[in-house]
Ligand binder design. Structure first.
Ligand code: ADP
Ligand code: MG
Length: 245
């Protein structure tokens, strides 16, 4: 008797890039950055993409997270094409599905840490809905700040935080919308090695305990090796490497 199909056999790949091309115009010239990038990510994976500076890592992250559109190729989420959706649907999807972490944190300097963490919910809900649920949202933001080790810094502004604390705050902001995929662009790139290691530990913890799917890009081989799976971006394409140790 044949085995019934299991969920894992029928579930589509979580996030998938198909033959992505991207070029930028620089004056008269076209700079071809991505030339047929294919990538697949299963739910719960922690993938790192390593590549030299200028190899197109940030460009690829922006395409995966719907911050930019490919010239050619497709991005799929759970079996549905998402790169060609109407702009408002893409905005909603970005807010609900993806959490972003950047090398330079991109916190808003005039807001406190708690307010920075709340930003994705301010964007998601109408002013009225947000106002009605403000206590629930603040409690949630405080709980996430605690989870990333920042509960003692809630009313501080970014200028009063260390680099590691700013990156933790950015991770908390990325988590508050309960994303399914965390896209981290050189998350340790501006940190000393010990602080970078602490941020990597936090990412591992989120991957293991919350089953958060993570794509991290980095130019740093040692950092890249710490993910579950590592691929290389080179000459505009993804090249598979051996599983990380
Ligand atoms: P990485 O993140 O790997 O350092 P990027 O994706 O930032 O690489 O950039 C890849 C190439 O594309 C670089 O040569 C960069 O100068 C160019 N580039 C990136 N963004 C733009 C842009 N908005 N306009 C023009 N060129 C760009
Ligand atoms: Mg970059």
């Amino acid at each position: 008797m044949s085995q019934p199909a299991t969920l894992s056999m029928t579930q589509p790949v979580h996030l998938c890039a198909k033959a992505l091309d991207k070029a930028y115009r620089k004056g008269e010239h076209q700079v071809y950055v991505l030339r047929g990038v294919d990538a697949k990510l299963e739910r719960g994976e922690f993938l790192s993409i390593v590549g030299q500076s200028g190899s197109g890592k940030s460009t690829l992250m922006h395409l995966l997270g719907l911050l930019d559109e490919p010239d050619v190729g497709e991005v799929w989420l759970d079996g549905n094409r998402i790169d060609n959706l109407p702009a408002t649907t893409r905005d909603e999807l970005r807010n609900h599905v993806f959490g972003f972490v950047f090398q330079f944190y991109h916190l808003l300097p005039e807001l406190t840490l708690l307010e920075n963490v709340l930003c994705p919910l301010m964007i998601r809900y109408s002013a009225w809905e947000y106002w009605k649920r403000r206590v629930e949202f603040r409690d949630k933001a405080k709980a996430i700040a605690k989870q990333v080790g920042l509960d003692h810094r809630l009313s501080h502004r970014p200028s009063e935080l260390s680099g590691g604390e700013m990156q933790r705050a950015a991770i908390a902001r990325a988590l508050i919308g309960e994303p399914s995929v965390l896209l981290a662009d050189e998350p340790t790139g501006n940190l000393d090695s010990q602080t970078g290691g602490e941020i990597m530990n936090l990412l591992h913890q989120l991957n293991e305990e919350k089953k958060l799917t993570i794509v991290m890009v980095t130019h740093d081989e040692k950092i890249a090796q710490q993910a579950q799976r590592i691929v290389r971006l080179s000459e505009g394409r993804i090249q598979s490497l051996n599983e990380a140790a």
